[in-house]
Design a protein around this ligand. Structure first.
Ligand code: TMP
Length: 198
């Protein structure tokens, strides 16, 4: 029987370096690299609805669109790859819903967790790697070109960042916090150490 692949998610505030680190780890493990929102054709369309300059969704509609993207992503990409024995590295997962829509927007984290579990059919990442950077540093890294979420104010950023830390501390078996400050190589070494240690 084929051994199931590993399912690893990267999480963090904007410009935390998670996309770069997700790419590097996927290459190193020869894993499937994917992302939320996006990762499927339908998901890329949902991503455009969520982050493009079209009409902004209400807070609940926003949460549901992220959930719809996740449902499609899990069914079409993640589960089949894991079942075929491939490791899957995803750039964001359910943690972003809890941090952004929950802690950031102020919606019930408990209800959002139920929604995340329902939309993913109960399949959560085996490991979540949270890359941390200060809100001010991330703001500098981001520059002037920003999507709808990146244009949120620093108070929103702080709530999301603190929310991520809270989530990691409540589920330390699944979540691990990695300092995202340093060169790409330095941070990659920290990530590798965590993945090797498993
Ligand atoms: P990114 O792919 O550049 O990180 O952009 C995705 C954006 O979507 C980012 O601002 C975080 C946000 N997001 C949520 O608010 N909730 C979610 O569930 C997910 C997956 C992403």
């Amino acid at each position: 029987m084929t051994q199931r692949g590993r399912y690893i998610a990267f999480e963090g505030w904007e410009a935390s370096g998670k996309s770069t680190q997700a790419q590097l780890l996927a290459k190193r493990l020869d894993a499937v690299l994917t992302r939320e929102p996006g990762g499927t054709d339908l998901g890329e369309r949902i991503r455009e609805l969520l982050l493009g300059d079209g009409p902004p969704p209400t807070e609940r509609a926003e949460a549901l669109l992220f959930a719809a993207d996740r449902a499609q992503h899990l069914a079409e990409v993640v589960e089949p790859c894991l079942a075929a024995g491939r490791d899957v590295i995803t750039d964001r997962s359910y943690g972003s819903t809890l941090a952004y829509q929950g802690y950031g927007r102020g919606q019930s984290v408990e209800e959002l967790m139920n929604l995340a579990e329902w939309s993913s059919g109960g399949l959560l990442p085996d490991k979540v790697i949270l890359l941390t950077v200060e809100a001010e540093l991330a703001d500098k890294r981001l520059g002037p070109q920003r999507d709808r979420m990146e244009s949120e104010n620093v108070a929103f950023a702080r709530r999301v960042i603190d929310g991520f830390i809270q989530l990691a501390s409540e589920d330390s078996r699944r979540w691990v916090i990695i300092d995202g400050v340093g060169s790409v190589e330095e941070v990659a070494e920290r990530v590798n150490a965590v993945v090797e240690a498993r």
